[in-house]
Design a protein around this ligand. Structure first.
Ligand SMILES: Nc1ncnc2c1ncn2[C@@H]1O[C@H](COP(=O)(O)OP(=O)(O)OP(=O)(O)O)[C@@H](O)[C@H]1O
Ligand SMILES: [Mg+2]
Length: 304
């Protein structure tokens, strides 16, 4: 029988206080998890998530999107999937699919006018279920749209889910950059690779003449990236003409005439793809290393 989503399971273990699944275990069918994060709210994380997904898909990657912003979900609206979810025969929830991208968001189950009134433990539980108990198809990359900041959601994911890397989003303003710096610090502290910082709204596409103009002082995000020894992933122009489409289910990447944006996302997708491949190679090298160590230990025991 189908269960309501999020599945109601016992919250917490009275003895240990732990309520989560196996830390470090893999998500069936998902090869790599990439987080899209920012320190400050409203800098364009959800927009970057959706358009990066489109750009990766265009490069032939199998990509899905998980909306981890439970209190302010945007993905369903941006991908145009804000209706109900279906279940498979095993009673697992199926991701919604639009633009060829499977995605899941609490907005698929909650009407927009409903407030989400979940306390921390239920949020953590629902998040883990969104990763592990959804019938994700085979995916090369699962992009995760995070809420702003470095709070419970981020920590729950980092504790419970093997993450390949993170893309940080900042705008050129000093306040956004200061919070982005905190984001870099969190991921470095927890040894999660930071693929780099992308600078959203670094320029402005004039709706009248289509000219690219600068809006804010230039160079700050690049300098921050250099200081923190992470890559600068390029700028994404603010395109007012594409924006209303974006919030009505047509990603900027698919908006006719948004060539500057499309170029920016193609470049970003290229870097993210290369970064994920590099992490995969490192994982394989680590695995080889431990196999070599196991062989060595075997022969040493035999000789003894
Ligand atoms: N480069 C851009 N060009 C046009 N519109 C943009 C651009 N970047 C963001 N927007 C628009 O700005 C608004 C805020 O962006 P978005 O929702 O992606 O930010 P966010 O960082 O996810 O916010 P939150 O922290 O609340 O989750 C959205 O309406 C989005 O479509
Ligand atoms: Mg968002």
């Amino acid at each position: 029988m189908n269960q309501p989503f999020p599945y109601q399971v016992e919250v917490g273990n009275a003895e240990t206080g732990v309520m989560y699944g196996e830390p470090g275990s893999d998500i069936p069918s998902v090869s790599d998890v990439v987080l899209i994060a920012s320190g400050k709210g409203g800098v364009g994380k959800s927009m970057v998530t959706v358009n990066l997904a489109c750009a990766l898909k265009q490069r032939g990657k199998r990509v899905g999107v998980l909306d981890a912003d439970l209190y302010g979900p945007s993905i369903a609206r941006m991908l145009g999937t804000d209706n109900g979810l279906e279940y498979n025969e095993a009673g697992q929830v199926l991701p919604a699919v639009s633009h060829g991208i499977p995605s899941i968001s609490v907005a698929n189950i909650l009407p927009p006018e409903a407030a989400l009134v979940w306390k921390g433990p239920l949020v953590a539980q629902a998040l883990v279920q969104m990763f592990r108990e959804v019938a994700w198809p085979e995916l090369d990359v699962l992009l995760v749209d995070l809420p702003p900041g470095t709070g419970d959601v981020q920590l729950t994911i980092l504790e419970q889910i093997p993450v390949t890397g993170t893309v940080l989003v900042s705008t050129p303003q000093k306040l956004a950059m200061a919070d982005a710096e905190r984001g870099v610090a969190l991921f470095h502290e927890l040894d999660i690779p930071v693929f780099g910082i992308v600078e959203n709204m670094d320029s402005y596409i004039c709706p009248c003449c289509g000219e690219k103009q600068t809006l804010f002082p230039q160079g700050g995000v690049k300098t921050l990236a250099e200081q923190k020894h992470v890559a600068y992933l390029g700028g994404i122009p603010l395109d007012p003409a594409a924006q209303s489409n974006a919030d009505n289910g047509t990603p900027l990447f698919e908006t006719h005439g948004a060539d500057n944006l499309i170029e920016a996302f193609e470049a970003l997708a290229d870097t993210v793809e290369k970064s994920v491949e590099r992490e995969r190679r490192l994982r394989l090298a680590d695995a080889d290393e431990s196999t070599r160590a196991a062989h060595q230990a075997f022969w040493e025991r035999l000789v003894d």
